[in-house]
Ligand binder design. Structure first.
Ligand SMILES: C[S@@+](CC[C@H](N)C(=O)[O-])C[C@H]1O[C@@H](n2cnc3c(N)ncnc32)[C@H](O)[C@@H]1O
Length: 503
């Protein structure tokens, strides 16, 4: 396929989907085009181009098959612990307070892939609002990929979708029946539909996309052109209700003109809020006196207060996990986070330790290197769990200065760098692990995910195949570190599925 035709394909792909294919994605594009041309028994790639460009709608069967070969559907429950903590402790309570009288709430997971993201939101709502059935809640999940939406509707998942989730959540909301089947009430909370952020007009009453209180659009714009992001953000602003929220992935709106949105920076994430200053502010944000009013949320039916003053003060969220363990010291009027609901941090680490470990590690008086490393690692992990990434990095680096082949600190650094949106540095740490520990399977899996996110499918496949080789050398029942509850067989099947999707 010559450069001209390649560029023509890229142009219609951007027009229809917003997806940006870089030079390193050419090989993947050419493979996809050749494959569809052969299957359709067309005489040339050019003929396939003519067929695709005549077909104006991205939901047509042919566009669907083509898009499937170009998009990344990677997702899992409670992806990004910091963002879900922010939603649970600040954003959702504010939305609930705002709607305490009309009892309506409209949430949209845009680019939801196989549904883990909107279902995670449904689980949070179930925790925060025990009488949610008496509310009128729209929880919409949309994606351009029709087969991802079909899977989302089934509500059945493999172990891999839970790789960062507290096992208690899995126990509470899922039952195993040849796959993990989501609780029917949670499933009923979410409406799934195919939708194309680039092409679909919104706000639009027919598709229920208007007056939205919260839009989650995470890890979608990383594949979009700058112009496509601008166009979609503009539509998002119009679809949001006054002071509605928009949450994207880390740094995905970098350089965009956001004059209709104000950025609210927390330590773990930034969230954007529709900038309509003429509308009345919520009680609790503007008035300290009003913050003692209560709204009934919380699983036990406890009356919790409205969001208090300064909820948007920086660092509040980052401190949450530390204060959480000392909740008895908090004044009674402070809203208490739901303490029966903890989400695992997206660090790829076993989840048991929480921030209380900071105190514990402070009491450790290490007298040899191994103990020192363990104590430092406990601190690093605990700070990472609380969103204090700079501190976590400092402790990891101290460990590496003592033992430069230490897997745990290196892996934690790689996860932190991913969280910070620095994939190249993350890769550096993963490669370092491989250099010292060539049989550490998780390093290949994470590297593959990073390459896949960049559409470098050749290297992603190489990494997956290496992981498969290593998995073949262990028992199918072996737990694979550092993932929580992921066995070799599960991981093997998952990787085989991912490779199958590429071929
Ligand atoms: C990496 S997944 C992100 C899933 C989830 N939001 C998360 O963060 O885990 C990106 C999703 O964006 C979807 N997508 C890409 N272009 C889209 C478009 N133009 N309209 C709607 N969805 C799109 C893909 O099909 C894919 O499922």
């Amino acid at each position: 396929m010559d450069k001209l035709l390649t560029d023509q394909f890229k142009k219609i792909i951007v027009e229809r989907t917003g997806l940006y294919l870089r030079t390193q994605d050419n090989e993947k594009l050419i493979q996809a085009v050749n494959r569809r041309t052969a299957i359709l028994k067309l005489s040339s790639a050019h003929e396939y181009y003519c067929q695709l460009s005549d077909d104006s709608h991205s939901q047509s069967p042919e566009w669907q098959k083509f898009i499937l070969m170009l998009t990344t559907a990677e997702t899992f429950f409670f992806r990004h612990k910091g963002q879900f903590g922010l939603l649970r402790d600040h954003i959702l309570p504010q939305i609930l307070w705002k709607h305490r009288h009309d009892r309506t709430m409209r949430l949209w997971s845009a680019g939801c892939s196989t549904g883990e993201e909107p279902y995670s939101l449904a689980m949070l709502i179930n925790e925060l609002l025990p009488d949610w059935e008496r509310w009128n809640i729209l929880l919409l999940g949309t994606d351009i990929n029709a087969s991802a939406i079909a899977k989302a509707k089934t509500g059945i998942y493999g172990d891999w979708s839970f790789r960062m989730v507290d096992p208690d959540i899995k126990k509470r909301y899922f039952k195993y029946k040849s796959g993990w089947v989501i609780d029917r009430h949670i499933r009923a909370m979410v409406t799934f539909r195919t939708g194309n952020l680039r092409q679909d007009p919104f706000p639009d009453t027919a598709s229920q996309i208007y007056d939205i209180d919260l839009i989650l659009c995470r890890n979608v714009f990383i594949y979009f052109t700058f112009e496509a992001i601008s166009a979609v953000v503009k539509k998002f602003c119009a679809a949001l209700t006054d002071e509605g929220f928009l949450m994207t992935g880390y740094n995905e709106l970098h350089g965009q003109n956001l004059h209709n949105l104000k950025a609210r920076s927390f330590q773990t994430s930034t969230i954007y809020q529709q900038n309509n200053v003429t509308k009345s502010q919520m009680p609790g944000i503007t008035s300290k006196a009003k913050s003692s009013q209560s709204v009934k949320i919380g699983q036990s039916g406890t009356a919790l207060t409205a969001p208090p003053n300064n909820r948007f003060a920086p660092h509040v969220t980052g401190d949450f996990l530390i204060t959480h363990s000392q909740s008895d010291k908090k004044p009674a009027s402070e809203p208490q986070p739901s303490n029966n609901f903890t989400v695992s941090i997206e660090t790829g680490l076993p989840e048991k330790a929480d921030v209380r470990a900071i105190d514990k590690s402070a009491k450790v008086t290490p007298d040899d290197t191994a103990d020192k490393i363990e104590a430092l690692y406990l601190k690093a992990k605990s700070y990472a769990n609380s969103g204090k990434l700079a501190k976590a990095i400092t402790f990891c680096r101290q460990i590496m200065a003592m033992e430069n082949s230490d897997i745990n600190s290196c892996y934690l650094l790689a996860c932190i760098m991913q969280e910070k949106g620095e994939p190249e540095t993350a890769k550096k740490y993963l490669k370092r692990i491989i250099y010292f520990h060539p049989d550490y399977i998780a390093a290949y899996v994470e590297l593959a995910a990073l390459y896949e996110a960049e559409h470098d499918f050749k290297w992603a496949k190489k990494m997956w195949l290496t992981a498969l080789n290593l998995l073949a050398q262990v028992s199918p029942d072996d737990l694979i570190a550092p993932y929580d509850q992921v066995r070799a067989l599960t991981l093997t099947r998952h990787i085989q599925h991912l490779i199958g999707q590429m071929d």
